[in-house]
Design a protein around this ligand. Structure first.
Ligand code: 3PG
Length: 212
């Protein structure tokens, strides 16, 4: 378990922002990932919200040098296994289920499970998991909520996602229990559809330069 957690921490600590991608067309995945990597964001989460997701993960894992591709929106063990097979180096889920936890236990690939409450965090700690996603961050109470969890749940570290942008990312990054944030703002739908890779590299560079 310790090895997996270390791997996950190494991936997430290397950059302040993890792009959260909804890839509609698998053909855009490789240029999109290259644009993000060029801007300094190597860890990339491709969500399983579209039929193109698995193919996109496979293509990025095989073709984009320097990228660390993870799979997001994993809702069950079947998707967990398929995402790992496609080449995901980390797995993100919006919540916690027994099935996901068991799949994670049986895998060498680390899981970043989602939670927005203290009880889930406590359940995860019993499972040996102390690196989690805080989701949906803004809607669940934002940085003040997460700050309130930092003292009673010291030792658990969060990657908040949901409603985060360049404007409010620093509020989270300044907290002692936050290791990075995630968000879709670095790859807007319109820019992806237009193939504006230079524009996306610029957004990625701005995000990569964020500090608390
Ligand atoms: C996620 O899955 O983490 C969120 O959908 C990302 O939220 P955002 O689109 O508000 O950045």
């Amino acid at each position: 378990m310790a090895g997996k957690t270390d791997n996950l921490l190494a991936i997430l600590r290397a950059q302040p922002v993890v792009p959260v991608l909804i890839v509609e067309d698998a053909r855009s995945a490789v240029p999109l990932a290259r644009a993000l990597v060029a801007g300094g964001l190597k860890a990339i989460e491709i969500t399983m919200r579209t039929p193109a997701a698995l193919e996109a993960i496979k293509a990025v894992a095989a073709e984009v040098e320097g990228a660390n591709v993870g799979a997001g929106t994993i809702l069950n063990s079947r998707d967990f296994d398929a995402a790992v097979k496609a080449g995901s180096t980390f797995i993100v889920s919006p919540g916690v289920t027994r099935g996901i936890l068991d799949a994670a236990k049986a895998s060498e690939v680390p899981l970043l499970p989602g939670t927005a409450n203290a009880s889930d965090v406590m359940v995860l700690r019993e499972e040996g998991i102390d690196v989690v996603k805080f989701f949906p961050a803004e809607q669940a109470g934002g940085a003040p909520y997460l700050k309130a969890l930092s003292s009673p749940l010291a030792g658990t570290f969060f990657c908040p996602t949901g409603g985060i942008s360049l404007k409010n990312a620093r509020d989270y990054l300044a907290l002692p229990n936050v290791i990075c944030v995630g968000g879709s703002w670095v790859a807007p739908k319109e820019m992806v559809a237009a193939g504006d890779w230079a524009g996306i590299t610029k957004l990625a560079s701005e995000a990569a330069a964020l500090t608390a």
